[in-house]
Design a protein around this ligand. Sequence first.
Ligand code: ADP
Ligand code: MG
Length: 249
Amino acid sequence: MTALFSAHQLAKRFGDRLVLQDVSFDVEEGQVHGIMGPNGAGKTTCFNVLTGRYQPDGGTVMLRGNDITGGSPRAIARHGIARSFQLMNLFDDFTALENVAVATRSLRAHGFGFWRDAMSAGDAYERADAILLRVGLQDKASLRAGSLSYGDRRALEIAVALAGEPVLLFLDEPTAGLGAEGIARVADLVTELKRHLTMVIIEHDMRFLFRLADRISVVHWGQVIARGTPAELRENVWVQRSNLRQLTC
Ligand SMILES: Nc1ncnc2c1ncn2[C@@H]1O[C@H](COP(=O)(O)OP(=O)(O)O)[C@@H](O)[C@H]1O
Ligand SMILES: [Mg+2]
């Protein structure tokens, strides 16, 4: 079976620093692929290269058999890849519903030329309502984004990413800054989203990742140094040497 998505031998340098030297991983449809590794390993850079923010210096990126290497962020979004932006793409003065409705309309307009203007404001709000329900924010639709709790804002950020109806969703540390309750909520949300969506999740919370990911790639020094299912990685020497093991057993 061909993978839905594959990154092959990605390389990225900043000046004379090779931040990504060889990152390859495949993601099967319907799976959650976890990416873990220490701070500064190159995980976020990898997402930036995969979503068009940075041009890679080497390697290829394939989605559903199409070569999308080096595409602009908009072109990559059009192919069906969405990512979280760590609260950067929320409009604080808009309501939760408006945030999602705006994303729905603008992504449509930019993504599919022939549908431009075809989606009425009413349709966009209806769709936005359904998305808020999916992330558990249905009761907060009319609240200003800026007035929401941190955990709700993280959920809203995921709702905005879902507005473009992606086939693949990239989440960069979705539990960052959350307490136990917030982490449990994101875990429930990922479990729910997994029914219809393929995801790649960067995460430093090992318990979270080992529970939710089907496969995990460990990135260090810009390379994938270990990969496998959570069960396989528990047996991995690198994982055993780090303090990850005690967290995952
Ligand atoms: N735009 C950039 N210019 C120069 N260096 C960068 C840039 N983005 C990231 N880096 C460097 O690349 C390395 C990997 O960063 P990053 O991908 O953010 O790591 P991680 O997400 O794994 O913590 C870091 O040393 C960081 O300083
Ligand atoms: Mg990072």
